[in-house]
Ligand binder design. Structure first.
Ligand code: IFM
Length: 548
């Protein structure tokens, strides 16, 4: 719809044009049952009210709302280069704006609300990159995102059934609740064959089903929201385990394998035993055994409901037989954890041209996907994400050797990659390397030298990643096996960092300087146990730890 305005202005005269607009859709809960005309009337009335209030009033109201809901509620202050502060605020701005916190039938699109890339679909980006920000700062929003997954179970059941499996197999790309899998089947043209490229993720990038289970658990561990678990969480996690149990394949070695998958590193298609996938599947089954036993003992009514829905008793027996047979790859002689059964044996080529590339995806100009799959080159963090999620399973030396092995082979062609590498660099004791990665991650959408990188929309998950760099990497925050740890690692460019977090409903203010961490609890509630720089503490009001 076009509007034309004509007016005469004198040279030097200022003209101010105020435009009021609003958007309503038939999916808005408050417009349910409205006819098209009723919706139009509703929207028009709202516009007239806005116009009557005037631009300045609306601007002031908006600023107050942002201040109360975001800047005062989740204050993050970096005493260091101004750009770093700007970048984290830009990340918070987008995370707030793009998250449909008002409606649990919706989730976050991979491009937020800023562009049409990925058609607004939701990926693992939510659970692994964005959810932690909300869990630690706005748990009610995190719960809504989790409820979306629960409400999407019918689509996940349909996908599992279609593929000949049981339980819930979550779609790689997800949209409206009952849509099920919405990943496009083909995209782009193969430079070698000239044919359309098949998008295998929708068929075999199956780790999403473990990521969903992990997200629910992380939410529960940090918030202690038992109501969520009773209504949704247990069922969600157990249904995921049910799928995995039916997906495991017995091998000739007596182990259970997961063959023909795409792991997080999408440059490797049709691989067997992707480490990230297998370890998280093992973790999901382990948790399912623990929770189904616990629910049976402590909540018999809930247990019989879940048993009726999922067939829990027989399942637990199967899970117990399976869990220790799952093939879990072990570090090689150099301490490197193999990403899958073939990666370390693939051809090594000189990647310097692509490591220096100005635009992502340069390797596709020289090789097609089939060829890339045969080269030791990664699109994004894979084993590194595993180290982040199940940190306590892997020794320091394995993380170090694996970082040194995989990072030079990783092109960071996905915007999800740099932040994980940054956090891991801090974990292996190199915050300067972490800072270098963080600085690059800040530029993903903010780089003036690369103005078209966001044409299809901003890179939503990278904003959760930036928060992880600042608060998890440099700020040292982590939930590990249900326990809180705050072991900061400031880069030299930062003199001080402060942030807040919610731990089981208690608000904590954290201030970090290079050699000190101070943690204050806003209300003196239950004592909190946490680990700081390798030592355990219990505190109620204030804890100050100085580094030796
Ligand atoms: O989920 C990601 C994936 O890991 C890499 N390609 C883009 C997707 C959406 O952000």
């Amino acid at each position: 719809m076009f509007s034309k305005f004509a007016l005469e202005v004198k040279a030097g005269q200022t003209v101010v044009l105020e435009k009021f607009s609003n958007v309503y859709t038939s999916r808005d809960r408050k417009l349910e049952g409205y006819t098209h005309h009723q919706m139009q009337a509703y929207a028009l009335k709202a516009l007239q009210e806005d116009e009557a209030a005037g631009f300045d009033t609306l601007l002031a109201e908006s600023a107050t709302c942002w201040k109360e809901k975001v800047w005062d509620r989740v204050p993050i202050t970096i005493d260091g280069p101004e750009f770093d502060q700007l970048a984290i605020r830009f990340a918070q701005y987008h995370m707030q704006l793009m998250t449909p916190a008002h409606d649990n039938r919706m989730n976050i699109g991979a491009k937020g609300l800023s562009g049409e890339g990925y058609k607004g679909h939701t990926f693992w980006d939510t659970e692994i990159f964005l959810l932690p920000y909300f869990i630690f700062n706005m748990p009610e929003v995190a719960r809504s995102l989790e409820e979306y997954r629960y409400l999407s179970l019918p689509g996940a059941h349909a996908k599992a059934k279609y593929n000949g499996y049981e339980g819930a197999q979550f779609p790689w790309e997800s949209a409206w609740l009952d849509d099920g899998e919405v990943t496009p089947e083909y995209m782009g043209t193969d430079i070698v064959t000239g044919q359309l490229i098949k998008v295998w993720s929708g068929f075999i990038e199956i780790h999403i089903t473990a990521d969903v289970a992990y997200g629910a658990w992380q939410y529960y561990m940090c918030t202690g929201d038992q109501d969520f678990m009773d209504k949704y969480g247990y069922e969600l996690m157990l249904d995921c385990a049910k799928f995995w149990s039916s997906r495991l394949e017995p091998g000739e070695d007596g182990k259970l394998h997961i063959n023909d998958v795409v792991g997080p590193d999408e440059y490797k298609e049709h691989v067997d035993d992707n480490a990230f996938t297998n370890y998280l599947v093992w973790w999901t089954l382990d948790k399912a055994i623990e929770y189904s036993t616990q629910v049976e003992e402590e909540k018999p009514e809930l247990y019989s409901k879940l048993d009726e829905k999922l067939g829990l008793s027989a399942l637990r027996e199967k899970w117990t037989e399976q869990v220790n047979l799952i093939f879990l790859t072990q570090p090689n002689g150099n301490g490197v954890l193999p990403q899958d059964s073939t990666y370390l044996m693939l051809q090594d080529i000189d990647l310097s041209k692509y490591k220096k590339q100005a635009h992502v995806g340069g390797i596709y100009k020289d090789y097609n996907q089939e060829q890339i799959t045969k080269i030791q080159v990664s699109k994004q963090a894979d084993v590194m994400v595993l180290f982040l999620l199940l940190e306590e399973l892997f020794p320091h030396q394995v993380k170090l050797s694996s970082w040194d092995y995989y990072e030079p082979r990783c092109l960071h062609d996905s915007s999800l990659s740099l932040s994980t590498h940054s956090v891991l660099a801090c974990d292996i004791g190199d915050p300067e390397l972490g800072y270098e990665m963080f600085q690059k991650a800040c530029l993903i959408d903010l780089d003036n030298a690369n103005p078209h990188s966001s044409d299809a929309g901003i890179h939503a998950a990278s904003y959760g990643g930036l928060w992880q760099c600042v608060v998890w990497g440099f700020g040292g925050l982590r939930m590990l096996g249900g326990k809180l740890r705050i072991s900061p690692n400031l880069p030299v460019a930062w003199r001080k960092l402060s942030y807040t977090l919610l731990w089981k409903g208690q608000k904590l203010n954290v201030t970090v300087t290079p050699r000190m961490v101070q943690i204050n609890s806003e209300k003196q509630e239950a004592p909190i146990r946490l680990e700081v720089w390798g030592k355990e503490y219990d505190f109620q009001e204030e804890l100050i730890v100085v580094k030796n």
